[in-house]
Design a protein around this ligand. Structure first.
Ligand code: COA
Length: 382
């Protein structure tokens, strides 16, 4: 017998349900804009840097020149990772997904943080942890990639920015300026995005008075899925399956006929276009023209036009980021881990904000199962 259904306001997937108050970022669905602490992401991507953005998110204001220089030096000084982290990555199967490696790497790294055992509500300790997390994420992703290829990890250069460090360690050679610029812009655009699934999961975790590292591990575990961060990898596999612009129309017609989800399209918050996608698309198309590989941009245009005409669905940032990363020569299974390198700035900012005014996050389930059944002893059950 089912319990009597109780009528609660309920929105599947919590769509449109306010789940907390935050000063970190504002998504304006009507204007298709995204602001980090009041600053438009386009301005930050065009004129700022990922380091400026990370400072803004974590320290709640844009840095002045001295503060930015000090922050860059601090990040540079904190990029090294304990050997135990590399040993843990090396112990994983070589075909483990790099998202599994980075999730594991953060678990191991936690125990080496000198502030790890500080109470989670210690604000100054949390700021130091946030800087270490942001500084080391790229080192772990890039050197994790080296380890699975049978290569030794490379020591980070403290003078390098986050984008330079990531690209240098991944490829083993000094990256060119355009490559750094594209990577830096993508990190800036990926750094923060309100109460998305992984950031919210991260806040739920730290609200139990767990710690920043556990919050990051929870976030990474949640980001992994193809409906969230994993979409950039799936989008690139789709573009490669299409192969050439002349195949694109037939491919998308067939996909829509068979009601396939087109990866890199659609967004819970943006129904009139994702502002990050517009900027990333410009950068990705410029990169295609500069490198003489315009076919991905051409395929993208056919998919974008058709999705808009037939479904009124716009691309999200994962779509142009996917082919921008491909043009930078980055292996596809590193796309979501690179998203992590950026998003840890948002996770840690949210963790700190949550802990400044904490309340356990514990929603209610609407029970819709059986009730008041008679217990039947094991031996008497059919
Ligand atoms: C991101 C996403 C989960 C948002 O979903 P949502 O707000 O819950 O919207 P829904 O999944 O309920 O979709 C609403 C409608 O649009 C369609 N739709 C949404 N995204 C679509 C896509 N990428 N391709 C094709 N159809 C899509 C759904 O099929 C549904 O159509 P229906 O009403 O006829 O059943 C969804 O757009 C999606 O799965 N996109 C692909 C994965 C992706 O790129 N994720 C990265 C997000 S940054």
């Amino acid at each position: 017998m089912s319990s009597s259904p109780v009528s609660y306001p309920y929105s599947p997937g919590l769509e449109g349900v306010p789940a907390g108050i935050s000063k970190i970022s504002e998504i304006d669905s009507d204007r298709s804009s995204l602001q980090y602490r009041g600053y438009d992401v386009h301005d930050l991507a065009e004129h700022g840097s990922f380091e400026e953005t990370a400072y803004l998110l974590i320290h709640e204001k844009l840095p002045n020149a001295t503060e930015l220089a000090d922050f860059r030096s601090l990040l540079g000084a904190e990029r090294q990772v304990p050997d135990a982290v590399y040993s843990a990555i090396a112990a994983m199967p070589k075909d483990a997904h790099p998202m599994d490696s980075i999730r594991t790497a953060f678990s191991v790294l936690a125990a080496f943080d000198p502030d790890y055992r500080a109470p989670s509500t210690d604000h100054e300790a949390n700021l130091r942890k946030a800087v270490r997390i942001v500084a080391k994420a790229g080192t772990m992703v890039a050197n994790g990639h080296r380890i699975r290829q049978g290569l030794d990890p490379i020591a980070p250069d403290p003078a390098h920015s986050t984008a330079e460090n990531l690209l240098h360690l991944m490829t083993g050679s000094a990256p060119v300026a355009k490559t750094v610029q594209v990577m830096d812009a993508s990190l800036t655009l990926y750094a923060e995005h309100g109460f998305n699934a992984s950031t919210f999961a991260n806040r739920v975790c730290v609200a139990t008075l767990s710690d920043l590292y556990s919050g990051v591990v929870t976030g990474i575990s949640t980001l992994r899925g193809p409906l969230h961060g994993g979409a950039n990898e799936e989008a690139m596999r789709m573009i490669l399956e299409i192969g050439e612009p002349e195949n694109a129309q037939a491919w998308i017609d067939d996909a829509l006929l068979h009601k396939k989800k087109i990866m890199g399209f659609g967004h819970r918050e943006y129904k009139k276009s994702d502002s990050r996608a517009m900027y990333m698309s410009k950068v990705a198309k410029e990169l295609g023209i500069e490198s003489g590989h315009t076919k991905f941009g051409d395929i993208a245009e056919i998919l974008e036009t058709t999705m808009l005409e037939r479904k009124n669905i716009h691309p999200n940032v994962d779509f142009p980021a996917a082919y921008a990363y491909y043009l930078l020569g980055i292996p596809i299974d590193l796309y979501t881990p690179i998203f992590v390198v950026a998003r840890v700035a948002g996770y840690t900012a949210h963790a700190i904000e949550q802990l400044q005014n904490n309340r356990l996050i514990r929603p209610k389930a609407i029970y819709d199962g059986d009730a008041n059944l008679t217990y039947v002893p094991l031996t008497e059950r059919p």
